[in-house]
Design a protein around this ligand. Structure first.
Ligand SMILES: O=C(O)/C=C/C(=O)CC(=O)CC(=O)O
Ligand SMILES: [Ca+2]
Ligand SMILES: [Mg+2]
Length: 397
């Protein structure tokens, strides 16, 4: 089995990973006076992302050859557990989609009882919202329990909220797509341009405070319930790593507008796992996602909105058509009513302080077998004091 390489960033700058070995690409490129020295010299993948598809492919081929060179690996390589991986790129704009039909219907039934499980627009377009790029964090960053307005409390009968730390802190298992290309304001990016625009994929945990969400979301959608943190896996797998994972998406139920049609199959056979404190609680299958990433990109630009390097769009929660595959606790526990077992004797409805969540995934490897797409992890820490003083930029970094 050949293990695809992935790109990231460590204390030594731009790096690549193959299996459990990490190579410092900036240092190798300088040592070899590689033509790619400039795009690999910085602290993150930003310059590489902006360089475009021909450079991405050329760099990937060079880096594969560098991994095969024992002397380079000896001199510029590290075991992965000795490496301090960072957020791999500067996140520009961030969009989160809602492309699992199972998830959309489950959330509809929980949050909008008495209404149709699926909203009428859902089969016509990939529903999504613009998220908060500045709070996208690297895997391993602690997640502070958010506070906000929650339903209930002494004045609930009058429709008032209560204020305090979320009691329904949840996860969402997602796959993210990292944009490198750019487009002009006013022009759409067609589905056929997906491979030129998108560098690769990461794993995403879209942390969600369900009580804050339930009170605030009408009619504009998520605001504070999801903007406090979104965690990304540290290693970006180039699209080429997913060649063997490409499958046909589920059958389409409605004719689609031409801008959403595609002559390529961008369903992906990515199998995910969600673990809480070491216990696997679900195994979502990405291949069941109704809307595919090329359609998502075409949709998010069809009004002429431009894209730029560092844009991130996430798939939406990956939920498969059976409870073992639900990608969030609100679904797995029926809004907290049926807690899941996480270890001998312990159960969880929603996350408690101290809980650690790890999302992992695999995809078919080019020569057979499956390879790991890494992991995204985060531990919940208690809500901060109600009136934290503002930090200066120096204190913050
Ligand atoms: O149905 C709703 O009102 C809310 C749905 C979500 O919270 C999901 C969301 O963030 C999009 C997704 O991850 O699929
Ligand atoms: Ca989400
Ligand atoms: Mg989020």
């Amino acid at each position: 089995m050949s293990v695809p390489i992935a790109f990231g960033s460590t204390g030594h700058g731009v790096a690549a990973r193959r299996g459990d070995t990490v190579l410092d690409l900036g240092r190798v490129a300088r040592h070899l006076s590689s033509p790619h020295e400039a795009v690999l010299a910085g602290p993150t993948l930003d310059a590489l992302l902006a360089a475009g598809r021909p450079t991405w492919d050329a760099v990937r081929e060079s880096v594969e050859a560098w991994f095969d060179d024992a002397e380079l690996v000896e001199r510029f390589g590290h075991p992965i557990d000795e490496v301090d991986a960072r957020l791999p790129f500067t996140v520009a704009d961030y969009v989160d989609f809602f492309s699992s039909r199972e998830h959309a219907e489950n959330l509809g039934r929980i949050l909008r009882p008495g209404q149709p499980a699926l909203q009428p627009n859902w089969l016509s377009l990939p529903v999504g919202y613009h998220g908060r790029a500045g709070t996208v964090v690297a895997s391993g960053t602690p997640v502070v329990r958010p506070s906000g307005q929650r339903p209930g409390g002494p004045l609930a009968a009058a429709g008032e909220s209560s204020f305090g730390p979320s009691r329904k802190l949840d996860v969402e298992v997602e796959v993210g797509f990292v944009v490198g290309g750019s487009s002009a304001l006013g022009s759409a990016v067609p589905t056929s341009a997906f491979e030129d625009a998108v560098f690769g994929v990461v794993l995403v945990n879209d942390w969600s405070a369900r009580d804050i969400q339930a009170f605030e979301y009408v009619p504009l959608g998520p605001m504070l319930a999801k903007s406090f943190a979104t965690s990304l896996s540290a290693w970006v797998y180039p699209l080429a790593a997913l060649e063997a994972a490409r499958v046909a998406p589920p059958a389409r139920e409605r004719p689609m507008h031409p801008y959403l049609q595609s002559d390529q199959e961008w369903g992906l056979d990515i199998e995910l796992e969600l673990a809480v404190n070491g216990t696997v609680v679900s195994r979502p299958r990405f291949r069941e996602m109704y809307w595919t990433p090329d359609q998502q990109l075409a949709h998010l630009t069809v009004n002429g909105a431009s894209i730029r390097p560092g844009d991130l769009f996430a798939s939406g929660t990956v939920s498969s058509a059976s409870p073992e595959g639900y990608g969030s606790l609100i679904e797995l526990t029926r809004n907290g009513e049926q807690p899941v077992k996480i270890s001998s004797g312990e159960t969880r409805a929603f996350l408690l302080d101290g809980d650690e969540v790890v999302i992992t995934a695999t995809a078919p490897a080019p020569g057979g077998g499956r390879f790991s797409l890494g992991d995204v992890r985060g531990r919940i820490v208690p809500a901060s004091a109600p009136h934290p003083t503002l930090q200066s930029k120096e204190e913050h970094s």
